[in-house]
Design a protein around this ligand. Structure first.
Ligand code: FAD
Ligand code: NDP
Length: 512
Protein backbone atom coordinates (compact mmCIF):
# COMPACT_ATOMS: atom_id res chain seq x y z
CA UNK A 1 0.00 0.00 0.00
CA UNK A 2 1.32 3.42 -0.95
CA UNK A 3 2.60 5.49 1.95
CA UNK A 4 2.98 9.25 1.69
CA UNK A 5 6.23 8.90 -0.20
CA UNK A 6 8.22 11.83 -1.59
CA UNK A 7 6.67 13.51 -4.58
CA UNK A 8 8.11 13.86 -8.02
CA UNK A 9 9.17 17.27 -9.16
CA UNK A 10 7.81 18.57 -12.42
CA UNK A 11 6.33 21.48 -14.32
CA UNK A 12 3.70 20.79 -16.91
CA UNK A 13 1.11 22.71 -18.87
CA UNK A 14 -2.34 21.17 -18.57
CA UNK A 15 -5.33 21.14 -20.86
CA UNK A 16 -6.62 24.03 -18.79
CA UNK A 17 -3.49 26.02 -19.65
CA UNK A 18 -2.38 26.23 -16.02
CA UNK A 19 1.20 25.67 -15.08
CA UNK A 20 1.22 22.92 -12.49
CA UNK A 21 4.16 22.51 -10.28
CA UNK A 22 5.48 20.37 -7.54
CA UNK A 23 7.34 22.73 -5.30
CA UNK A 24 11.04 23.11 -5.70
CA UNK A 25 11.88 20.95 -2.72
CA UNK A 26 10.31 18.11 -4.66
CA UNK A 27 7.37 17.97 -2.27
CA UNK A 28 3.69 18.61 -2.76
CA UNK A 29 1.76 21.32 -0.96
CA UNK A 30 0.01 18.59 1.04
CA UNK A 31 0.40 14.91 1.72
CA UNK A 32 -3.33 14.54 1.26
CA UNK A 33 -6.09 16.68 -0.23
CA UNK A 34 -9.64 15.49 0.39
CA UNK A 35 -12.42 16.80 -1.85
CA UNK A 36 -15.68 16.80 0.12
CA UNK A 37 -16.14 17.56 3.80
CA UNK A 38 -18.93 15.13 4.63
CA UNK A 39 -18.95 11.95 6.71
CA UNK A 40 -16.18 10.19 4.79
CA UNK A 41 -14.03 13.20 3.88
CA UNK A 42 -13.89 14.68 7.38
CA UNK A 43 -13.07 11.32 8.96
CA UNK A 44 -10.32 10.63 6.44
CA UNK A 45 -8.74 14.08 6.70
CA UNK A 46 -8.79 14.15 10.52
CA UNK A 47 -7.30 10.66 10.79
CA UNK A 48 -4.52 11.51 8.33
CA UNK A 49 -3.71 14.73 10.23
CA UNK A 50 -3.64 12.81 13.53
CA UNK A 51 -1.03 10.59 11.91
CA UNK A 52 1.12 13.63 11.25
CA UNK A 53 0.23 14.24 7.62
CA UNK A 54 -0.24 17.66 6.04
CA UNK A 55 -3.88 17.65 5.02
CA UNK A 56 -6.37 19.98 3.33
CA UNK A 57 -10.08 19.36 2.92
CA UNK A 58 -12.21 21.19 0.37
CA UNK A 59 -15.92 21.45 1.02
CA UNK A 60 -18.33 23.39 -1.10
CA UNK A 61 -22.12 23.24 -1.01
CA UNK A 62 -23.95 23.95 -4.24
CA UNK A 63 -27.37 25.34 -3.21
CA UNK A 64 -30.35 23.11 -4.01
CA UNK A 65 -32.50 24.16 -7.00
CA UNK A 66 -34.79 25.80 -4.37
CA UNK A 67 -31.82 27.78 -3.05
CA UNK A 68 -31.34 25.88 0.22
CA UNK A 69 -27.75 25.82 1.43
CA UNK A 70 -25.90 24.79 4.56
CA UNK A 71 -22.52 24.54 6.24
CA UNK A 72 -19.64 22.12 6.69
CA UNK A 73 -20.32 18.46 7.43
CA UNK A 74 -22.01 17.03 4.34
CA UNK A 75 -25.33 15.31 3.85
CA UNK A 76 -25.61 13.47 7.16
CA UNK A 77 -25.14 16.52 9.34
CA UNK A 78 -27.10 19.04 7.31
CA UNK A 79 -29.77 17.32 5.23
CA UNK A 80 -29.68 13.68 6.28
CA UNK A 81 -29.30 11.52 9.37
CA UNK A 82 -29.15 14.29 11.98
CA UNK A 83 -32.10 16.55 11.11
CA UNK A 84 -34.05 13.43 10.04
CA UNK A 85 -33.52 11.65 13.37
CA UNK A 86 -34.43 14.80 15.32
CA UNK A 87 -37.65 15.24 13.37
CA UNK A 88 -38.34 11.51 13.83
CA UNK A 89 -37.91 12.12 17.57
CA UNK A 90 -40.36 15.01 17.36
CA UNK A 91 -42.89 12.63 15.82
CA UNK A 92 -42.22 9.95 18.46
CA UNK A 93 -42.82 12.50 21.20
CA UNK A 94 -46.27 13.15 19.73
CA UNK A 95 -47.02 9.47 20.33
CA UNK A 96 -45.53 9.65 23.81
CA UNK A 97 -47.75 12.60 24.69
CA UNK A 98 -50.78 10.49 23.77
CA UNK A 99 -49.47 7.61 25.89
CA UNK A 100 -48.73 9.95 28.76
CA UNK A 101 -52.41 10.46 29.56
CA UNK A 102 -52.78 6.71 30.05
CA UNK A 103 -49.80 6.84 32.41
CA UNK A 104 -51.45 9.43 34.60
CA UNK A 105 -50.32 12.71 33.10
CA UNK A 106 -52.89 15.46 32.60
CA UNK A 107 -52.64 16.31 28.93
CA UNK A 108 -54.90 18.93 27.32
CA UNK A 109 -57.41 17.43 24.86
CA UNK A 110 -55.91 19.35 21.98
CA UNK A 111 -52.15 19.08 21.69
CA UNK A 112 -50.59 20.88 18.75
CA UNK A 113 -47.24 20.87 17.03
CA UNK A 114 -45.41 23.93 15.76
CA UNK A 115 -43.20 23.29 12.73
CA UNK A 116 -41.27 26.55 13.05
CA UNK A 117 -40.25 25.83 16.65
CA UNK A 118 -39.11 22.33 15.70
CA UNK A 119 -37.25 23.34 12.56
CA UNK A 120 -35.46 26.26 14.18
CA UNK A 121 -34.34 24.06 17.10
CA UNK A 122 -33.13 21.39 14.68
CA UNK A 123 -31.39 23.95 12.46
CA UNK A 124 -29.66 25.50 15.47
CA UNK A 125 -28.32 22.10 16.44
CA UNK A 126 -27.10 21.48 12.89
CA UNK A 127 -25.38 24.89 12.87
CA UNK A 128 -23.64 23.98 16.13
CA UNK A 129 -22.37 20.81 14.43
CA UNK A 130 -21.12 22.86 11.45
CA UNK A 131 -19.18 25.01 13.88
CA UNK A 132 -17.93 21.96 15.79
CA UNK A 133 -16.53 20.45 12.60
CA UNK A 134 -14.64 23.65 11.79
CA UNK A 135 -13.15 23.74 15.28
CA UNK A 136 -12.16 20.07 15.09
CA UNK A 137 -10.41 20.61 11.76
CA UNK A 138 -8.55 23.56 13.22
CA UNK A 139 -7.57 21.62 16.35
CA UNK A 140 -6.32 18.72 14.28
CA UNK A 141 -4.45 21.05 11.92
CA UNK A 142 -6.45 20.15 8.83
CA UNK A 143 -6.62 23.09 6.42
CA UNK A 144 -10.29 23.71 5.61
CA UNK A 145 -10.95 25.41 2.28
CA UNK A 146 -14.43 26.44 1.26
CA UNK A 147 -13.67 25.70 -2.41
CA UNK A 148 -15.24 23.58 -5.10
CA UNK A 149 -12.63 21.02 -6.14
CA UNK A 150 -11.81 19.94 -9.68
CA UNK A 151 -9.16 17.37 -10.59
CA UNK A 152 -6.39 18.46 -12.93
CA UNK A 153 -4.10 15.46 -12.68
CA UNK A 154 -3.30 12.70 -10.22
CA UNK A 155 -1.58 15.14 -7.88
CA UNK A 156 -3.37 18.41 -8.59
CA UNK A 157 -6.69 19.93 -7.60
CA UNK A 158 -8.03 23.33 -8.54
CA UNK A 159 -10.38 24.85 -5.99
CA UNK A 160 -12.81 27.57 -7.02
CA UNK A 161 -14.43 29.90 -4.50
CA UNK A 162 -17.89 31.44 -4.73
CA UNK A 163 -16.46 34.49 -6.49
CA UNK A 164 -14.81 32.30 -9.14
CA UNK A 165 -11.23 32.73 -7.89
CA UNK A 166 -9.10 29.62 -8.43
CA UNK A 167 -6.46 28.11 -6.14
CA UNK A 168 -4.17 25.30 -7.27
CA UNK A 169 -3.24 22.66 -4.68
CA UNK A 170 -0.88 19.75 -5.13
CA UNK A 171 -0.90 16.60 -3.05
CA UNK A 172 0.80 13.26 -2.88
CA UNK A 173 -2.63 11.63 -2.70
CA UNK A 174 -6.16 12.82 -3.41
CA UNK A 175 -9.35 11.43 -1.90
CA UNK A 176 -12.71 12.13 -3.52
CA UNK A 177 -15.59 12.13 -1.02
CA UNK A 178 -18.17 14.32 -2.71
CA UNK A 179 -21.22 12.20 -1.85
CA UNK A 180 -24.50 12.64 -3.70
CA UNK A 181 -27.52 14.86 -4.10
CA UNK A 182 -31.22 14.06 -4.47
CA UNK A 183 -32.49 13.42 -7.98
CA UNK A 184 -35.40 15.20 -9.59
CA UNK A 185 -37.45 13.30 -12.19
CA UNK A 186 -36.57 15.77 -14.95
CA UNK A 187 -39.03 14.15 -17.39
CA UNK A 188 -42.04 15.09 -15.24
CA UNK A 189 -43.36 18.58 -16.11
CA UNK A 190 -43.33 20.86 -13.08
CA UNK A 191 -41.35 18.41 -10.93
CA UNK A 192 -38.35 20.63 -10.39
CA UNK A 193 -40.17 23.94 -10.66
CA UNK A 194 -42.73 23.11 -7.98
CA UNK A 195 -41.23 20.25 -5.97
CA UNK A 196 -38.67 20.05 -3.21
CA UNK A 197 -36.33 17.28 -2.03
CA UNK A 198 -34.75 16.15 1.24
CA UNK A 199 -32.19 18.93 0.66
CA UNK A 200 -34.96 21.44 1.43
CA UNK A 201 -37.44 19.88 3.85
CA UNK A 202 -35.27 20.18 6.98
CA UNK A 203 -34.53 23.85 6.28
CA UNK A 204 -38.13 24.96 5.68
CA UNK A 205 -39.11 27.60 8.19
CA UNK A 206 -42.79 27.18 7.44
CA UNK A 207 -44.75 23.94 7.69
CA UNK A 208 -44.87 21.98 4.42
CA UNK A 209 -48.58 21.39 5.10
CA UNK A 210 -50.38 18.70 3.16
CA UNK A 211 -47.54 16.77 1.53
CA UNK A 212 -47.14 14.24 -1.25
CA UNK A 213 -43.95 12.22 -0.93
CA UNK A 214 -42.97 10.46 -4.15
CA UNK A 215 -40.76 7.36 -3.73
CA UNK A 216 -40.85 4.41 -1.37
CA UNK A 217 -37.40 3.82 0.01
CA UNK A 218 -35.52 5.03 3.11
CA UNK A 219 -35.85 8.79 2.46
CA UNK A 220 -39.49 8.69 1.37
CA UNK A 221 -40.73 6.50 4.23
CA UNK A 222 -38.73 8.30 6.90
CA UNK A 223 -39.84 11.76 5.77
CA UNK A 224 -43.47 10.69 5.39
CA UNK A 225 -43.23 9.00 8.80
CA UNK A 226 -42.22 12.11 10.69
CA UNK A 227 -44.55 14.38 8.70
CA UNK A 228 -47.50 12.15 9.63
CA UNK A 229 -46.23 11.87 13.19
CA UNK A 230 -46.27 15.64 13.70
CA UNK A 231 -49.83 15.76 12.44
CA UNK A 232 -49.52 16.68 8.75
CA UNK A 233 -51.73 15.19 6.07
CA UNK A 234 -49.20 12.98 4.26
CA UNK A 235 -49.42 10.72 1.23
CA UNK A 236 -46.77 8.42 -0.23
CA UNK A 237 -46.81 7.60 -3.93
CA UNK A 238 -45.25 4.19 -4.56
CA UNK A 239 -44.59 3.19 -8.15
CA UNK A 240 -43.66 -0.44 -7.41
CA UNK A 241 -42.79 -1.81 -3.96
CA UNK A 242 -41.65 -0.25 -0.70
CA UNK A 243 -38.08 -0.63 0.56
CA UNK A 244 -36.69 -2.48 -2.46
CA UNK A 245 -33.78 -4.68 -1.41
CA UNK A 246 -35.06 -5.11 2.15
CA UNK A 247 -36.90 -8.15 3.48
CA UNK A 248 -40.35 -7.66 1.99
CA UNK A 249 -42.26 -9.13 4.94
CA UNK A 250 -40.59 -6.52 7.14
CA UNK A 251 -41.24 -3.77 4.57
CA UNK A 252 -44.91 -4.77 4.66
CA UNK A 253 -45.00 -4.37 8.45
CA UNK A 254 -43.42 -0.91 8.21
CA UNK A 255 -45.93 0.34 5.64
CA UNK A 256 -48.85 -1.34 7.45
CA UNK A 257 -47.87 0.47 10.65
CA UNK A 258 -47.55 3.78 8.82
CA UNK A 259 -50.96 3.29 7.17
CA UNK A 260 -52.56 2.46 10.52
CA UNK A 261 -51.13 5.69 11.93
CA UNK A 262 -52.50 7.91 9.18
CA UNK A 263 -50.03 7.92 6.28
CA UNK A 264 -51.94 7.48 3.04
CA UNK A 265 -50.47 5.27 0.32
CA UNK A 266 -51.02 5.48 -3.42
CA UNK A 267 -49.76 2.07 -4.51
CA UNK A 268 -48.54 1.44 -8.03
CA UNK A 269 -49.03 5.01 -9.13
CA UNK A 270 -46.76 6.92 -11.50
CA UNK A 271 -46.47 10.71 -11.23
CA UNK A 272 -47.15 12.54 -14.51
CA UNK A 273 -47.12 16.27 -13.86
CA UNK A 274 -47.24 18.97 -11.21
CA UNK A 275 -49.02 22.27 -11.82
CA UNK A 276 -49.38 25.29 -9.61
CA UNK A 277 -52.96 26.48 -9.29
CA UNK A 278 -53.84 30.18 -8.86
CA UNK A 279 -54.53 29.41 -5.18
CA UNK A 280 -50.90 28.38 -4.80
CA UNK A 281 -51.81 24.71 -4.26
CA UNK A 282 -49.93 22.10 -6.28
CA UNK A 283 -52.08 19.90 -8.47
CA UNK A 284 -50.47 16.53 -9.08
CA UNK A 285 -51.58 14.21 -11.87
CA UNK A 286 -50.65 10.56 -11.81
CA UNK A 287 -51.40 7.31 -13.59
CA UNK A 288 -52.94 4.68 -11.35
CA UNK A 289 -51.76 1.38 -12.83
CA UNK A 290 -54.35 -0.53 -10.79
CA UNK A 291 -57.38 1.21 -12.31
CA UNK A 292 -55.56 2.31 -15.50
CA UNK A 293 -57.02 5.78 -14.81
CA UNK A 294 -55.44 9.16 -14.48
CA UNK A 295 -56.01 10.73 -11.06
CA UNK A 296 -55.44 14.18 -9.58
CA UNK A 297 -55.20 15.73 -6.14
CA UNK A 298 -53.83 18.93 -4.66
CA UNK A 299 -51.08 19.31 -2.10
CA UNK A 300 -49.18 22.14 -0.44
CA UNK A 301 -45.83 20.42 -0.94
CA UNK A 302 -44.49 17.74 -3.27
CA UNK A 303 -41.36 16.05 -1.94
CA UNK A 304 -39.36 13.99 -4.44
CA UNK A 305 -37.57 11.12 -2.73
CA UNK A 306 -36.71 9.18 -5.87
CA UNK A 307 -33.07 8.40 -5.19
CA UNK A 308 -29.75 10.20 -5.18
CA UNK A 309 -27.18 10.98 -7.86
CA UNK A 310 -23.43 11.02 -7.19
CA UNK A 311 -21.91 14.49 -7.09
CA UNK A 312 -19.28 14.20 -9.82
CA UNK A 313 -20.42 17.03 -12.08
CA UNK A 314 -17.56 19.43 -11.46
CA UNK A 315 -14.80 16.89 -10.78
CA UNK A 316 -13.43 16.49 -14.32
CA UNK A 317 -13.25 12.71 -13.90
CA UNK A 318 -13.01 12.09 -17.63
CA UNK A 319 -10.30 14.71 -18.03
CA UNK A 320 -8.00 12.83 -15.66
CA UNK A 321 -9.18 9.35 -16.63
CA UNK A 322 -10.96 8.35 -13.39
CA UNK A 323 -13.24 5.49 -14.47
CA UNK A 324 -16.88 5.74 -13.48
CA UNK A 325 -20.02 3.78 -14.20
CA UNK A 326 -21.76 5.52 -17.10
CA UNK A 327 -25.21 4.50 -15.81
CA UNK A 328 -24.93 5.33 -12.13
CA UNK A 329 -22.26 8.02 -12.48
CA UNK A 330 -20.42 6.53 -9.49
CA UNK A 331 -16.66 6.14 -9.36
CA UNK A 332 -15.32 2.62 -9.85
CA UNK A 333 -13.32 1.64 -6.78
CA UNK A 334 -11.27 -1.37 -5.77
CA UNK A 335 -11.44 -2.96 -2.33
CA UNK A 336 -8.80 -0.51 -1.09
CA UNK A 337 -10.85 2.49 -2.33
CA UNK A 338 -8.41 3.11 -5.21
CA UNK A 339 -9.75 4.52 -8.48
CA UNK A 340 -8.40 3.77 -11.95
CA UNK A 341 -5.87 6.62 -11.52
CA UNK A 342 -2.94 6.09 -9.20
CA UNK A 343 -2.91 8.42 -6.17
CA UNK A 344 -6.64 9.16 -6.51
CA UNK A 345 -9.01 7.37 -4.12
CA UNK A 346 -12.76 7.59 -3.55
CA UNK A 347 -14.82 6.90 -0.42
CA UNK A 348 -18.42 7.11 0.75
CA UNK A 349 -21.53 7.49 -1.37
CA UNK A 350 -19.52 8.39 -4.47
CA UNK A 351 -18.03 4.87 -4.74
CA UNK A 352 -19.77 2.34 -6.99
CA UNK A 353 -21.40 -0.45 -4.99
CA UNK A 354 -20.81 1.12 -1.59
CA UNK A 355 -23.66 1.35 0.92
CA UNK A 356 -24.94 4.93 1.12
CA UNK A 357 -24.55 5.14 4.87
CA UNK A 358 -22.60 7.43 7.19
CA UNK A 359 -20.82 4.81 9.33
CA UNK A 360 -19.43 3.02 6.26
CA UNK A 361 -18.19 6.32 4.79
CA UNK A 362 -16.53 7.26 8.10
CA UNK A 363 -14.90 3.89 8.66
CA UNK A 364 -13.72 3.65 5.06
CA UNK A 365 -12.21 7.15 5.35
CA UNK A 366 -10.35 6.38 8.56
CA UNK A 367 -9.00 3.07 7.30
CA UNK A 368 -7.88 4.64 4.02
CA UNK A 369 -5.98 7.37 5.91
CA UNK A 370 -4.21 4.72 7.96
CA UNK A 371 -3.26 2.70 4.89
CA UNK A 372 -2.02 5.78 3.07
CA UNK A 373 0.08 6.63 6.11
CA UNK A 374 1.56 3.16 5.91
CA UNK A 375 0.58 2.12 9.44
CA UNK A 376 -2.08 -0.43 8.52
CA UNK A 377 -3.23 -2.63 5.69
CA UNK A 378 -6.73 -3.16 7.06
CA UNK A 379 -9.47 -2.89 4.46
CA UNK A 380 -13.03 -1.76 5.03
CA UNK A 381 -15.39 -4.71 5.44
CA UNK A 382 -18.58 -3.84 3.59
CA UNK A 383 -20.28 -7.11 4.53
CA UNK A 384 -22.82 -7.37 7.31
CA UNK A 385 -23.49 -3.65 7.57
CA UNK A 386 -26.42 -3.11 9.94
CA UNK A 387 -28.97 -0.42 9.16
CA UNK A 388 -32.21 1.03 10.44
CA UNK A 389 -35.11 2.71 8.72
CA UNK A 390 -36.31 5.39 11.10
CA UNK A 391 -40.00 5.17 10.37
CA UNK A 392 -42.22 5.76 13.41
CA UNK A 393 -42.05 2.02 14.05
CA UNK A 394 -38.34 1.54 13.41
CA UNK A 395 -37.02 -1.34 11.35
CA UNK A 396 -33.46 -2.51 11.96
CA UNK A 397 -31.65 -5.35 10.27
CA UNK A 398 -28.31 -6.94 9.59
CA UNK A 399 -27.46 -9.62 7.07
CA UNK A 400 -29.67 -11.25 4.47
CA UNK A 401 -33.37 -10.81 3.86
CA UNK A 402 -35.39 -14.00 3.99
CA UNK A 403 -35.79 -13.85 0.19
CA UNK A 404 -32.05 -13.50 -0.38
CA UNK A 405 -31.21 -16.26 2.12
CA UNK A 406 -33.69 -18.52 0.34
CA UNK A 407 -32.21 -17.62 -3.05
CA UNK A 408 -28.71 -18.47 -1.86
CA UNK A 409 -29.41 -21.53 0.29
CA UNK A 410 -32.76 -22.83 -0.94
CA UNK A 411 -36.06 -22.93 0.98
CA UNK A 412 -35.01 -26.11 2.77
CA UNK A 413 -31.56 -24.76 3.48
CA UNK A 414 -32.75 -22.09 5.91
CA UNK A 415 -34.68 -22.03 9.17
CA UNK A 416 -36.60 -18.89 10.11
CA UNK A 417 -37.34 -18.25 13.81
CA UNK A 418 -39.88 -15.54 14.45
CA UNK A 419 -42.08 -13.86 17.02
CA UNK A 420 -44.78 -11.23 17.23
CA UNK A 421 -44.16 -9.52 20.56
CA UNK A 422 -45.78 -6.73 22.53
CA UNK A 423 -43.49 -4.08 24.02
CA UNK A 424 -44.37 -3.73 27.70
CA UNK A 425 -44.74 0.03 27.26
CA UNK A 426 -47.53 -0.57 24.73
CA UNK A 427 -49.74 -2.40 27.24
CA UNK A 428 -50.72 0.43 29.59
CA UNK A 429 -50.81 2.82 26.64
CA UNK A 430 -53.18 0.41 24.86
CA UNK A 431 -51.13 0.63 21.71
CA UNK A 432 -51.57 -1.83 18.89
CA UNK A 433 -48.47 -4.02 18.52
CA UNK A 434 -49.50 -5.95 15.40
CA UNK A 435 -46.36 -4.90 13.55
CA UNK A 436 -43.81 -5.53 16.32
CA UNK A 437 -42.03 -8.53 14.92
CA UNK A 438 -38.68 -10.31 15.06
CA UNK A 439 -37.27 -12.65 12.49
CA UNK A 440 -33.95 -14.46 12.58
CA UNK A 441 -32.97 -16.33 9.43
CA UNK A 442 -30.48 -19.15 10.05
CA UNK A 443 -28.74 -21.80 8.01
CA UNK A 444 -30.63 -25.01 8.62
CA UNK A 445 -27.71 -27.38 8.67
CA UNK A 446 -24.66 -27.52 10.92
CA UNK A 447 -24.51 -25.00 13.73
CA UNK A 448 -27.44 -22.93 12.35
CA UNK A 449 -25.35 -19.83 11.68
CA UNK A 450 -27.43 -16.65 11.63
CA UNK A 451 -27.77 -15.26 8.10
CA UNK A 452 -30.09 -12.35 8.77
CA UNK A 453 -31.66 -10.63 11.76
CA UNK A 454 -34.69 -8.36 11.45
CA UNK A 455 -36.52 -6.34 14.09
CA UNK A 456 -39.41 -3.89 13.97
CA UNK A 457 -40.24 -2.04 17.14
CA UNK A 458 -39.22 0.79 19.42
CA UNK A 459 -35.52 1.72 19.25
CA UNK A 460 -34.79 -0.88 16.58
CA UNK A 461 -31.51 0.87 15.76
CA UNK A 462 -30.29 0.47 19.35
CA UNK A 463 -31.36 -3.17 19.48
CA UNK A 464 -29.84 -4.22 16.17
CA UNK A 465 -26.59 -2.34 16.80
CA UNK A 466 -25.89 -4.68 19.73
CA UNK A 467 -26.85 -7.85 17.93
CA UNK A 468 -24.74 -6.76 14.91
CA UNK A 469 -21.66 -7.47 17.03
CA UNK A 470 -22.76 -11.07 17.52
CA UNK A 471 -23.55 -11.29 13.83
CA UNK A 472 -20.08 -9.97 12.96
CA UNK A 473 -18.59 -12.67 15.19
CA UNK A 474 -20.50 -15.40 13.33
CA UNK A 475 -23.25 -15.99 15.91
CA UNK A 476 -25.43 -19.09 15.62
CA UNK A 477 -28.97 -19.76 16.75
CA UNK A 478 -27.56 -21.63 19.77
CA UNK A 479 -25.50 -18.54 20.70
CA UNK A 480 -28.68 -16.49 20.61
CA UNK A 481 -30.45 -18.92 22.94
CA UNK A 482 -27.41 -19.07 25.22
CA UNK A 483 -27.55 -15.29 25.63
CA UNK A 484 -29.30 -14.15 28.81
CA UNK A 485 -31.97 -11.54 28.19
CA UNK A 486 -32.37 -8.22 29.95
CA UNK A 487 -35.84 -8.08 31.39
CA UNK A 488 -38.15 -6.37 30.63
CA UNK A 489 -36.98 -5.23 27.22
CA UNK A 490 -38.00 -5.74 23.62
CA UNK A 491 -34.48 -6.89 22.72
CA UNK A 492 -34.72 -9.88 25.08
CA UNK A 493 -37.35 -11.36 22.78
CA UNK A 494 -34.49 -12.14 20.40
CA UNK A 495 -32.95 -14.47 22.97
CA UNK A 496 -36.20 -16.39 23.37
CA UNK A 497 -37.10 -17.16 19.76
CA UNK A 498 -38.24 -20.74 19.42
CA UNK A 499 -41.07 -20.88 16.86
CA UNK A 500 -40.02 -21.68 13.32
CA UNK A 501 -41.97 -20.41 10.34
CA UNK A 502 -41.86 -23.93 8.94
CA UNK A 503 -43.87 -25.21 11.95
CA UNK A 504 -46.81 -22.95 11.11
CA UNK A 505 -47.36 -22.44 14.85
CA UNK A 506 -48.69 -19.14 16.17
CA UNK A 507 -45.65 -16.90 16.71
CA UNK A 508 -47.34 -14.53 19.14
CA UNK A 509 -45.39 -14.16 22.37
CA UNK A 510 -47.54 -14.79 25.42
CA UNK A 511 -46.58 -14.19 29.04
CA UNK A 512 -43.25 -12.70 30.00
P1 FAD B 1 -21.54 13.60 1.96
O1 FAD B 1 -21.84 13.51 3.40
O2 FAD B 1 -22.68 13.82 1.03
O3 FAD B 1 -20.47 14.78 1.81
C1 FAD B 1 -20.00 15.23 0.56
C2 FAD B 1 -19.58 16.68 0.71
O4 FAD B 1 -18.81 17.06 -0.44
C3 FAD B 1 -20.75 17.64 0.76
O5 FAD B 1 -20.58 18.60 1.77
C4 FAD B 1 -20.74 18.31 -0.61
O6 FAD B 1 -21.31 19.60 -0.59
C5 FAD B 1 -19.24 18.34 -0.88
N1 FAD B 1 -18.88 18.45 -2.31
C6 FAD B 1 -19.48 17.91 -3.38
N2 FAD B 1 -18.78 18.20 -4.50
C7 FAD B 1 -17.72 18.94 -4.10
C8 FAD B 1 -16.63 19.52 -4.79
N3 FAD B 1 -16.48 19.39 -6.12
N4 FAD B 1 -15.71 20.22 -4.08
C9 FAD B 1 -15.82 20.38 -2.73
N5 FAD B 1 -16.85 19.84 -2.03
C10 FAD B 1 -17.77 19.12 -2.72
N6 FAD B 1 -27.07 7.37 6.66
C11 FAD B 1 -27.05 6.70 7.83
O7 FAD B 1 -26.10 5.96 8.10
N7 FAD B 1 -28.07 6.83 8.74
C12 FAD B 1 -29.13 7.63 8.51
O8 FAD B 1 -30.02 7.73 9.35
C13 FAD B 1 -29.17 8.35 7.31
N8 FAD B 1 -30.20 9.17 7.04
C14 FAD B 1 -30.22 9.86 5.88
C15 FAD B 1 -31.31 10.68 5.62
C16 FAD B 1 -31.40 11.38 4.45
C17 FAD B 1 -32.58 12.28 4.20
C18 FAD B 1 -30.35 11.26 3.49
C19 FAD B 1 -30.41 12.04 2.21
C20 FAD B 1 -29.26 10.46 3.73
C21 FAD B 1 -29.19 9.74 4.92
N9 FAD B 1 -28.12 8.89 5.20
C22 FAD B 1 -28.10 8.19 6.37
C23 FAD B 1 -27.01 8.70 4.25
C24 FAD B 1 -25.76 9.53 4.66
O9 FAD B 1 -26.13 10.88 4.86
C25 FAD B 1 -24.70 9.45 3.57
O10 FAD B 1 -24.44 8.08 3.29
C26 FAD B 1 -23.40 10.11 4.00
O11 FAD B 1 -23.58 11.46 4.29
C27 FAD B 1 -22.36 9.97 2.87
O12 FAD B 1 -21.16 10.60 3.24
P2 FAD B 1 -20.12 11.07 2.13
O13 FAD B 1 -18.90 11.50 2.86
O14 FAD B 1 -19.98 10.05 1.09
O15 FAD B 1 -20.79 12.32 1.42
P1 NDP C 1 -33.39 4.84 -3.19
O1 NDP C 1 -32.61 4.83 -4.43
O2 NDP C 1 -33.12 3.84 -2.14
O3 NDP C 1 -34.96 4.72 -3.56
C1 NDP C 1 -35.57 5.51 -4.53
C2 NDP C 1 -37.08 5.32 -4.46
O4 NDP C 1 -37.71 6.18 -5.39
C3 NDP C 1 -37.53 3.91 -4.80
O5 NDP C 1 -38.65 3.59 -4.02
C4 NDP C 1 -37.92 4.04 -6.29
O6 NDP C 1 -38.88 3.10 -6.69
C5 NDP C 1 -38.51 5.43 -6.29
N1 NDP C 1 -38.47 6.11 -7.60
C6 NDP C 1 -37.38 6.32 -8.36
N2 NDP C 1 -37.72 7.04 -9.45
C7 NDP C 1 -39.06 7.28 -9.38
C8 NDP C 1 -39.99 7.95 -10.19
N3 NDP C 1 -39.63 8.54 -11.33
N4 NDP C 1 -41.28 8.00 -9.80
C9 NDP C 1 -41.67 7.40 -8.65
N5 NDP C 1 -40.83 6.75 -7.81
C10 NDP C 1 -39.53 6.68 -8.17
O7 NDP C 1 -33.25 6.32 -2.64
P2 NDP C 1 -33.41 7.08 -1.26
O8 NDP C 1 -33.26 8.48 -1.69
O9 NDP C 1 -34.62 6.70 -0.49
O10 NDP C 1 -32.15 6.63 -0.41
C11 NDP C 1 -30.82 6.82 -0.89
C12 NDP C 1 -29.86 6.18 0.07
O11 NDP C 1 -29.67 7.02 1.20
C13 NDP C 1 -30.32 4.85 0.65
O12 NDP C 1 -29.94 3.78 -0.18
C14 NDP C 1 -29.63 4.80 1.99
O13 NDP C 1 -28.42 4.10 1.88
C15 NDP C 1 -29.37 6.25 2.33
N6 NDP C 1 -30.27 6.60 3.45
C16 NDP C 1 -30.12 5.94 4.64
C17 NDP C 1 -30.99 6.16 5.68
C18 NDP C 1 -30.83 5.40 6.96
O14 NDP C 1 -29.78 4.81 7.18
N7 NDP C 1 -31.82 5.40 7.83
C19 NDP C 1 -32.08 7.11 5.56
C20 NDP C 1 -32.15 7.76 4.28
C21 NDP C 1 -31.27 7.50 3.27
P3 NDP C 1 -38.49 1.67 -7.34
O15 NDP C 1 -38.19 0.74 -6.19
O16 NDP C 1 -39.70 1.34 -8.11
O17 NDP C 1 -37.28 1.90 -8.20
Amino acid sequence: MAAFCKGRYRFRKTVFGHILSRNLAGKYDYDLVVVGGGSGGLACSKEAAQLGKRVAVLDYVEPSPKGTKWGLGGTCVNVGCIPKKLMHQSALLGGAVKDAAKYGWSIPDKVSHDWTSMSSAVQNHVKSLNWGHRVQLQDKKVKYLNLKGRLMDEHTIVGTNRAGKETVLTAENIVIATGGRPKYPAHIPGAMEHGITSDDIFWMNKSPGKTLVVGASYVALECAGFLTGIGLDTTIMVRSIALRGFDQQMAGLVTAHMASHGTQFLWRCIPKKVEKLPSGALQVTWADTNSQCEEQATFDTVLWAVGRAPETRSLNLEGVGVAHNKDTGKIIVTEDEATSVEHIYAIGDIGEGRPELTPTAIKAGRLLARRLAGISSELMNYHNVPTTVFTPLEYGCVGLSEEEAERRHGKDGIEVYHAFYKPLEFTVAERDASQCYIKVVCKRDGDRRILGLHFTGPSAGEVVQGFALGFQCGATYSDLLATVGIHPTCAEELTKLHITKRSGLDATVTGC
